[in-house]
Design a protein around this ligand. Structure first.
Ligand SMILES: NC(=O)c1ccc[n+]([C@@H]2O[C@H](COP(=O)([O-])OP(=O)(O)OC[C@H]3O[C@@H](n4cnc5c(N)ncnc54)[C@H](OP(=O)(O)O)[C@@H]3O)[C@@H](O)[C@H]2O)c1
Length: 356
């Protein structure tokens, strides 16, 4: 028996009535879809089209009185936080921008309107959070806080886990996770008063653990915290959104800084660990870091537009994944079986000298 032909009795769909491909008729020689199958595909296409049309219409609706709404953003010295502060200011919202440094705050004030106000906030320090909360209370009064954007974050030290110390892990977790949790808890009653929004900045690394160190752990934590918070706050009319960007060109992805830090962790390693990994591993692991610049998207608006949507749309999404790498590579990868993901990652990673 020869190979089965499409539409023939021995074909893939051969035994399924209505799903077979037929030959002949008006387009002799070319395979034609059976009418039942054609109708099914058309209905499916129309349904999908309708779903996206409805979603597009729903997501276009904007909340009213934006000019009266206060939004507090952490980490406004640079990157996404800085751009979002300027963007929302232009849109007419009342921006309360928290910066880590006075220099960052001054720069931001010089680029924005009088409506925007700044405060110094280090999210790792309880007293700093309490002072900022008091400052926010004085600004918002009885209206409450419409938006809280937990954006402050760091990415260093990042290296293979064995190269790092507990303090290295704590440094990132303190800012990216515990800082975010404490700021949220401190401001939550004000957000509930306004039936507002909490926007937490995670990362695609909160869906896929691509590197050692505290960064991925912190972002997985942000995802978990946001999920429970969302469910709890729905009762009070508060919406919680998570932003999961791919790679973007900011300080967090600065290749020089990352490469320097990588070398520093290597320099302090014990001879035993160094021998296990080898100099060649160090050199190969640094290559992708050097290429990071070309991998990063420079259009930060892709991220801040998602944040703006989460704050201003009547029907915000639960998750936003800005960046083509996030949408087309990392997010789909996060749904694949572990074995497959591990193989893809091994395939792209250097091997330690003493790998067995
Ligand atoms: N860039 C990316 O590819 C990417 C991808 C996914 C997620 N993210 C996340 O996006 C968020 C914003 O990062 P970014 O990319 O815009 O980088 P960024 O330019 O470095 O912004 C981070 C901001 O957080 C501030 N910050 C650092 N430590 C702080 C602390 N202890 N307390 C308060 N603020 C502090 C920084 O202040 P200084 O500038 O004064 O240090 C800076 O303004 C982070 O949560 C990051 O993890 C970034």
């Amino acid at each position: 028996m020869g190979p089965a032909e499409p539409g023939g009795q021995g074909g893939l769909w051969g035994g399924v009535p209505g799903l077979c491909l037929r030959l002949g008729g008006a387009s002799a020689g070319r395979p034609v879809l059976a009418p039942g199958l054609q109708a099914m595909w058309w209905s499916l296409a129309v349904l999908v089209g309708l779903y996206y049309l409805l979603r597009w219409y729903r997501e276009r609706q904007v909340v009213s009185h934006l000019q009266d709404k206060y939004v507090f953003i952490t980490g406004c010295d640079s990157g996404f936080g800085n751009l979002l502060a300027r963007q929302l200011d232009l849109r007419g919202l009342r921006v309360l921008a928290a910066c880590l440094t006075e220099k960052g705050a001054q720069q931001l004030r010089s680029q924005t309107s009088d409506r925007l106000d700044t405060v110094i906030l280090d999210v790792t320090k309880t007293e700093s959070i309490l002072a900022a909360t008091q400052w926010v209370k004085e600004h918002v009064g009885d209206r409450g806080l419409w938006g809280l954007v937990n954006n402050a974050g760091i990415s260093w030290p990042t290296a293979p886990n064995e190269w790092l110390t507990k303090d290295d892990f704590m440094k990132i977790l303190d800012v990216n996770l515990l800082g975010l949790v404490e700021v949220t808890l401190s401001l939550l009653s004000l957000v509930r008063k306004a039936r507002g929004r909490v926007v937490n900045v995670s990362s695609i690394m909160g869906r896929l653990s691509l590197c050692g160190g505290g960064y991925c752990i912190s972002k997985y934590g942000v995802e978990a915290f946001s999920d429970s918070l969302r469910r709890e706050l729905t009762y009070f009319g508060v919406r919680v959104a998570v932003i999961e960007p791919g790679y973007f060109s900011t300080n967090v992805t600065n290749p020089e800084k990352i490469s320097r830090g990588f070398q520093e962790t290597w320099d302090r390693l014990s001879p035993e660990v160094r021998e296990a990994y080898g100099e060649e591993f160090l050199a190969s692991a640094r290559k992708p870091i050097e290429k990071l610049k070309s991998m990063c998207d420079t259009n930060l608006y892709l991220v801040t537009n998602c944040m703006e949507h989460a704050l201003t749309a009547c029907h915000p999404r639960t998750r936003y994944s800005p960046g083509w790498d996030a949408k087309l590579l990392y997010l789909p990868m996060s749904y694949l079986p572990t074995l497959l993901v591990d193989t893809m990652i091994y395939w792209n990673s250097p091997r330690p000298a003493k790998a067995v």
